[in-house]
Design a protein around this ligand. Structure first.
Ligand code: NAD
Length: 483
């Protein structure tokens, strides 16, 4: 009897069908917790992208031929299917991205469903204006879909961030070619399949897996793509901006962060440190808005460090399938090595590791939650995004000092401020250069509230009504009635 279990093999999802990649190549997908192979996934190429873009173009007419409210019903049916299959999707995301099962169940999965339902409700509310410009003409605007959208998704929240792009784009009447991150393609492939079951016409949502430098590049360069929405690193974002210039594509870039979480001496330290710890260690620090710089007023610096170390010690690292696990591995060996290199850089720069700092022995890409003290604002560990469970605790003296340090990086995605002084928190929130400021809390996002940054954190906003701007173009219409 043959007892070998074959590794599942996934093809591309183009025009409503599974299609083998033109080059016949597949890449290996690992479970970051134990480094075992869990799947083979098509390594697409430019010719697959071309096929998908053609399919998406053809589907534009079909998708927009459906009454707006009925498009909303289809998106809500997809949300129902996500609910129905949520155990499977949660397990798949946890296995593929190395996230604790409980955290995907509590955060990623409900957020993905909420996003889809929220934008399903927008389909029949995307309206123009009647603008009284003339007495001899009816002048008004309508809002048309931008057309074919290329969506490039990172590996830290594959399903949730994928849905941040898919839901508003489809709600606006766009069609799509989605490129999941090469490390974590499984859940979005499944979403593509469920979308067909929900009644989405073939070609509206195509999923092309493969390398960023191949599939991503081809999407950005393709003249049939009208808009690229990208979440990822500033380095790749810069290349996308340059690539999109070739045919003046519209782009939205959600890039990195080096967010400051500022704790004043009069804050409730218990709450502040609890939130600061989860703000930097959640998802093993692989979060764009990670509060990786914890700015602490001098008089409470030692107490905050002590409390933070206690919290770091209490984090249970381990098997992502166990409900007790709080922190999983980093997504890949590459990411783990980058984080370990940064820990080394921090030590060489003269900062002190007061907790953690090492790879966890055994299989899987685990790194200990790490706390640095004696961090100077100019150090690389204070200026560069590490994207791992590494906290830099920085001392400040007064309000002006805190604002200067907080605003002193190339990023501006998010920030936090903790104080009991209501005047101060407002003053500081106004001064912080950040797309989101949390006051006496940290890390929340909600699809109803705009999300994004400026500078090396990118531009454009996802979420809320703001995201509809990303996927629609206003058209002005004159209807002449001369006297
Ligand atoms: P990455 O830039 O390496 O990859 C992101 C995506 O781009 C992947 O799908 C990748 O395949 C693709 N890609 C790679 N090379 C490409 C190319 N030449 N052309 C087109 N696409 C290409 O980033 P990552 O390592 O997956 O994600 C981590 C980064 O994402 C961090 O910097 C993080 O801060 C950022 N991020 C930002 C947000 C936000 O909302 N602002 C959210 C999550 C992650």
């Amino acid at each position: 009897m043959n007892t070998t279990i074959e590794t599942p093999r996934h093809n591309l999802l183009i025009d409503g069908k599974y299609v083998a990649p033109a080059n016949g190549n597949y890449s290996t997908i690992l479970n970051p917790s134990n480094e075992e192979t869990i799947a083979l996934v098509a390594a697409g190429s430019a010719s697959d992208v071309d096929l998908a873009v053609r399919s998406a173009r053809a589907a534009l007419k079909v998708w927009n031929g459906i009454r707006a409210a009925d498009r909303g019903l289809i998106l809500n049916r997809l949300a129902d299917l996500l609910v129905k299959h949520q155990d499977e999707l949660v397990a798949m995301e946890s296995l593929n991205a190395g996230k604790p099962l409980s955290s995907v169940m509590r955060q990623d999965m409900p957020a993905a469903i909420d996003t889809l339902r929220y934008y399903a409700g927008w389909t029949d509310k995307i309206i123009g204006q009647v603008i009284p410009a003339r007495t001899d003409a009816l002048t008004y605007t309508i809002r048309e879909p931008v057309g074919v959208v290329g969506a490039i998704v990172p590996w830290n929240f594959p399903l949730m961030i994928g849905m941040w792009k898919i839901a508003p784009a489809l709600a606006c009447g766009c069609t799509m070619v989605v490129k999941p991150a090469e490390l974590t393609p499984l859940t979005l492939l499944r979403v593509g399949e469920l979308a067909l079951e929900a009644g989405l016409p073939p070609g509206v949502l195509n999923i092309v897996t493969g390398k960023g430098s191949v599939v991503g590049d081809a999407l950005v360069a393709h003249p049939g793509v009208d808009k690229v929405t990208f979440t990822g690193s500033p380095k790749i974002g810069r290349g996308i901006m340059q690539g999109a210039a070739s045919n003046f594509k519209r782009i939205t870039l959600e890039l990195g962060g080096k967010s400051a979480n500022i704790i004043f001496a009069d804050a409730n330290l218990e709450n502040a440190v609890r939130a600061a710890a989860s703000g930097v260690f959640f998802n093993a620090g692989q979060v764009c808005s990670s509060g990786s710089r914890i700015l602490v007023q001098s008089s409470v610096y030692d107490e905050v460090v002590e409390r933070l170390v206690e919290r770091a010690k209490a984090i249970r690292i381990g098997d992502t399938a166990s409900k007790d696990t709080i922190m999983g591995p980093l997504v890949s060996a590459t990411q783990m090595n980058t984080v370990l290199e940064y820990i080394d850089i921090g030590k060489k720069e003269g900062a002190t590791v007061v907790y953690g700092g090492n790879r966890v022995a055994g299989n899987g890409f685990y790194v200990e939650p790490t706390v640095f003290t004696n961090v100077k604002h100019e150090m690389r560990i204070s200026q560069e995004e590490i994207f791992g469970p590494v906290a830099s605790v920085i001392r400040f003296e007064d309000e002006a000092d805190a604002i200067r340090i907080a605003n002193g990086t190339a990023f501006s995605l998010a920030a936090g401020v903790w104080s009991a002084d209501i005047g101060r928190v407002h003053r500081v929130a106004n001064e912080l250069r950040a797309g989101t400021v949390w006051i006496n809390t940290y890390g929340f996002t909600d699809v109803r509230l705009p999300w994004g940054g400026t500078g090396e954190s990118g531009f454009g906003r996802e979420h809320g009504e703001a995201a509809l701007e990303n996927f629609t173009e206003p058209k002005t219409i004159w209807l002449s009635f001369p006297q």
